[in-house]
Design a protein around this ligand. Sequence first.
Ligand code: ASP
Length: 333
Amino acid sequence: MLRHFIVISVLLASYSAQAEEPPFGIAIHGGAGTITRAQFSAEQEQAYKDKLAEAVEAGHAILAAGGESMDAVIAAIQVMEASPFFNAGKGAVYTFDGGHELDASIMNGATLAAGAVAGVTTVKSPIALARAVMEQSVHVMLSGKGAEQFAEQQGLELVANSYFNTDARYQQLLEAKKRLGVADYQAYLALDERFKYGTVGAVALDKNGNLAAGTSTGGMTAKRWGRVGDAPIIGAGTWADNASCAVSATGHGEYFIRYHVAADICSRVKYQGVDIVSAGDTVIHDVLLPAGGTGGVIIIDAAGNVHMPFNTEGMYRAKRVGNQPTEVSIYKN
Ligand code: ASP
């Protein structure tokens, strides 16, 4: 009798502990664009999926252990920055002049603190530098040489610019330059989405109810004149606010800047009281697309709901919410 009582009590206790566990979760993207099944062999597709799963699980493990959403975002993004598959860190696209200029940003939804870097060329993990700007400087955004001096002062790992080289991205540069001719800007804008997809990002909710978002990219193939996209622009490519949601974007940066996409989605949630599905779909499909902007976003809210809308053929993406299994997707369903 006593034994039964103990067993039932233990079961009830563990059930209520589970029921009371606060929501937590993470979503990531590895870029949006003209991604079709025909482009990949089964092995290549699996390799991408495995890397996305590795990234989302790196972040999820931190959250499951009670860690902070900021740390989860960094961990997930660093897996993708280190992989040649994505246009961030190693594998970043080439500039017109044959180098790499990297942009990244991060935002803490609990405090609205933010950090960003633009046009860095020797910092191995631009997202780590964005965080250092947020936490160790009085500024929000640093660029170019100064950002690199700051990285060195902070003891972050520096590499030769050639560390970011990959043959696949180099071939894209040659192809893009052929099509650009004499660098006609209109032709540049019309370039295939193939030349820019692969930006990475993560959004997370931790067990303390804190949201965070981060984005890291090499920008667009054959960019020049110090072009900076949306990824390091707080409100355009990255936004997090505990009162609404956290967003990381990928796509044609010029449009994401002009339509301040990440912040617009969260503002709709905050001021219109709509959910992230409605806010995300409206901005991506009804605002951005008619204006000519292609791409997508990942969104998480304070209840752990995730939505990942895009208006391109595909978007590399994955999520893991609470104790549910990891879900990885590339194409439209
Ligand atoms: N948004 C990035 C940029 O414009 C590129 C991308 O996400 O594909 O720099």
